[in-house]
Design a protein around this ligand. Sequence first.
Ligand code: BGC
Length: 757
Amino acid sequence: MSELGRRCLLSMIGASLVVGAGQSGNAAALSAVRKESREPYEDKVGALLARMTLEEKLGQLQHLAWAFDSNPGSGSTTEVERAARAGRVGSVQSIFGAKATNALQRLAVEESRLGIPLLFSLDIIHGFWTTFPIPLAQASSFDPDVPRSDAQVSAAEARSNGVHWTFAPMMDVTHEPRWGRIAEGNGEDPYLTARFAAAKVKGYQGSNLASKATLAACAKHFVAYGGAEGGRDYNTVDVSESRLRNLYLPPFKAALDAGAATVMASFNTISGIPAHGNPHTLTDILKKEWAFGGVVISDWAGVQELIVHGFAEDGADAARLALNAGVDMEMVEGNLLTNGAALLRAGKITQQRIDDAVARVLRLKYSLGLFDDPYVEESTAIPGPTSAARAAARTAASRSMVLLKNDRDVLPLARSVGSVALVGPFADSTDLLGTWAVPAAAERFPAVRILDAVRKAAPAADVRHARGVDPEGEDTDGIEEAVAAAQSCDVTVVVVGEPATMSGEAAARSDLSLPGAQEKLIAAVARTGKPFVVVLVNGRPLTMGDWLDSAPAVLEAWHPGIEGGNAIADVLFGTVTPGGKLPVSFPRAVGQIPIHYNHESTGRPYKADDKFTSKYLDLPPTPQFPFGHGLTYTTFALGAPEADRTDITAAALHAGDSIEVTVPLCNTGSRTGDEVVQLYVHDVAAGIAQPVRRLRGFQRVTLAAGAATTVRFRLGAEDLGFWTNAPKGEFRIEPGRFDLYVGTSSAADSRLNVSIT
Ligand code: BGC
């Protein structure tokens, strides 16, 4: 350790840093604000409802799909145009462009009987023009400002192009790396996901949806979609009430407390009841317990699929079940529109429920200011990524990278390096955007290639490129050229991973290793005996073969978005010190799945020398890399954590009191860097077996070499209590001992105890 480091360790007291007390705090205040903000429109909503025919009401509950930026009259969208004129559609998706949206809006506003404006929506999951890193990558930043900046940039770009509503953020916690949609969420932890969901909602919605630089957010998919058995998309989820409430629901609660205007139902069943027909989740929890006043939209054909689930007899039955369960708006299929009147006549649905659903849609339109000004200014539509947006995407991408391994400090590379071989199928590729890039954005604004960025970052270096192998396919002919490049250069960067099409919706994999012959490429480079670095670009955790031992350094860059090349070069050359942490465990082998840090304790936890404990005979008990793992280019030391009190009453916690935990941190290395300090809680004995650890606080701290600080956390009711399996769930704080762990990954071993009396 340097002299600076020694001094820093001795001081260990520096300035203190305030760390959020979780997202619990002002939930009540926020929902009060939500209620108040609805009030100005209530009279108008009521007056409009009174003028609407049943058909016009059902029309508002219909959501149709467009053909992206095509204009009305192009031929492909005649049905939607007709519906707009007739008042038989409330909302249209996959449409953007100031001209196209204004033209379609004119049909609804000027030609339909009541002139009710349309809502325009689009899946803007990690960027509109400016594609940010995928959400799983963003979660690795452990910095809620990252999703916030993505959301703010997306909102300004999309709204100026006529879009009002995005189907994001996705907040499906999952323990399934096989599931392709893991790329769209924030990983395996409900607390991290909740913090990110709230930040993203606030980024999209700002403080005023009518501002013309904001988007209505959609908390999706409600709920437990990430529990899909076997990781196969759309698959069954059988979940207890306690797990539903402790694992899957918290991010939704946080998103709604942050003001999310809408919610989307999920494709899965929840303990046998499809989510689109589930009154317990959609009405009892969401609309009654949480008093959600916004719109619940179905997922694509999700109402129709109630028939395929074997839950509804036909379209009419599906419409009845969905509306009565709490779905307000039907995406694409017209079961409610077609059958609503007959269902009402037969007394199978009520006028009150229809009016409630329509009021929710109208309220959203009022809050977006659409009745005052339904159009956008065509001359000020943002035409593409601005330099500020690109800078935000570059920062987001570099903050999202995770240094998994760095033996002998191979990284960072010196800018003065003489020669670099850049090999692998993604080294000179634009396939870095990730799963939900808006198609027109991917076409017009492709990602910066790593090869170009490295040449720019080290202009004096001789940079040689060889593709080596394709992303998929077994052809190894190109490996020889890659090996020759590696042999002739001072250092090699091997860029391998998954094409974007391998993650996202309907992209489950049963084998999580690098596809095709990519591992063979790494092995061949390793055999040269020269130093090399592996950069991974992928949309999910991968299993790593023997190549992991042979690679001196591994940087997880995920699908990093439009500025991917530049951000990777920033980290490779040390302009940015990596500080991200894994938001999900990386398994050693597919057979270990599910493997996640927040598992419950068994009666026979793993013991190496005891056969009759919970384990596989042929694998160590731990993942390859645990949740929360990530290295930096400097070194940090954490001091012993302390709590301001060692016991507290449950009553005090319920009344809002909390425990403060502090821990000294110092940068003992020789360069500025980031550390993510993490606080985990374990309730030692409880009425329901508890996770061995639950993340309840994190803080990403930047410290100069030799600098020290004290990181502070607050633990309140939400952090120490849990939901039981009582028929409708019950939140409880049970007396007893709690272990608290503070560290720099979920394997943290710095422990202290507190008690609740
Ligand atoms: C996806 C949703 C998406 C919707 C609309 C569905 O297939 O599950 O996440 O928002 O399509 O495009």
